[in-house]
Design a protein around this ligand. Structure first.
Ligand code: PDD
Length: 287
């Protein structure tokens, strides 16, 4: 079953606060026409930011990588205003933000004088209770481009992979390049193999997940053995635990992995996942 998602009550678009149905952009906006833009999703626990600086730094990195001249940190005030206006100041929520290169006649090169289009809104998210859930996931080829470190709004390969998973009764889809796991359609992947935590190294093939970094830091604090190395499909026989991380996914235990209609992994343990979930809750909620 596909979850129904409501629209936010209000969005920020280029300096104005509007009802979603009143917020309009040009058909020549390069985000609409070419997918020429960057986005970010940042979590707020009971209205309090978690790693907002890191999210804005990643947004700035991505904007710089595509030479989109915009100061990501200029959004900070608008972010808090969005949360306040949505009456989420004491609720678990997230803020979606998107910057496109703006409106200009369609060209493959960057126009010289377009002004960035900025869209931002806060929305409630259920962040509690993720430890009680677990996911069944599928695997498909990673069909994305070669700069997955850039959080581009062009998500065609990601949504195609996720749609395939959801419509077949899975919760998420894991992506493989030449048999090597990169990440999920909207999450980072961790494996526990012979007691050691593995995750794909940073670089052009994955998004540098903020939650991924939090989990790596927590794992090192717990003196777990950690290797930022990729894992191959064929190695799943040696894997005891798998979990996924992400801003709203947090740390999600994986029960099973199915590839080409065959179950290729069933969780054997969950000790390390549980330990990390426990410290993650403390970290995010400051308890
Ligand atoms: N997705 N990998 C991909 C491809 C992602 O889209 C995401 C996040 C992550 C996890 O990154 P982080 O821990 O920084 O959220 C990894 C966001 C939330 C989204 O598209 O909605």
């Amino acid at each position: 079953m596909k979850a129904e998602k409501p629209y936010p009550k209000e969005v920020y678009l280029n300096g104005s606060w509007l009802k979603p149905e009143k917020a309009q952009i040009s058909v020549f906006d390069r985000g609409f026409m070419l997918g020429d833009g960057i986005y970010e999703v940042s979590p707020f626990y009971k209205g309090k930011d978690f790693k907002l600086k890191e999210h804005l730094q990643r947004l700035q990195y991505c904007l710089d990588e595509i030479s989109l001249d915009f100061d990501a940190f200029s959004l900070e005030e608008v972010i808090y205003e969005a949360i306040e206006r949505a009456k989420l100041s004491t609720e678990d929520c997230a803020v979606y933000m998107q910057v496109t290169r703006g409106v200009a006649p369609r060209t493959h090169y960057y126009p010289e004088d377009a002004r960035p289009t900025v869209l931002l809104y806060a929305y409630p998210v259920k962040l509690e209770g993720f430890e009680e859930k677990s996911w069944k996931v599928s695997v498909t080829k990673d069909l994305r481009w070669h700069r997955c470190d850039i959080k581009s709004i062009s998500l065609l390969a990601n949504i195609r992979a996720n749609e395939e998973a959801i419509s077949n009764g899975f919760n998420e889809n894991l992506l493989i390049r030449n048999g090597w796991f990169t990440e999920g359609s909207h999450s980072s992947i961790f494996f526990v193999k012979q007691g050691t935590l593995f995750t794909h190294p940073e670089g052009h093939n994955i998004l540098s997940g903020i939650t991924r970094q939090v989990v790596l830091d927590l794992a090192r604090d717990l003196d777990l053995k950690v290797k930022e190395e990729r894992v191959h499909l064929d190695e799943l026989v040696e894997v005891e635990e798998v979990f996924l991380t992400g801003t709203t996914t947090q740390i999600m235990k994986v029960d099973s992995i199915t590839y080409k209609d065959k179950k290729v992994f069933t969780a054997k343990k969950d000790e390390i996942t549980r330990k990390l979930q426990e410290v993650f809750v403390k970290e995010t909620r400051g308890e």
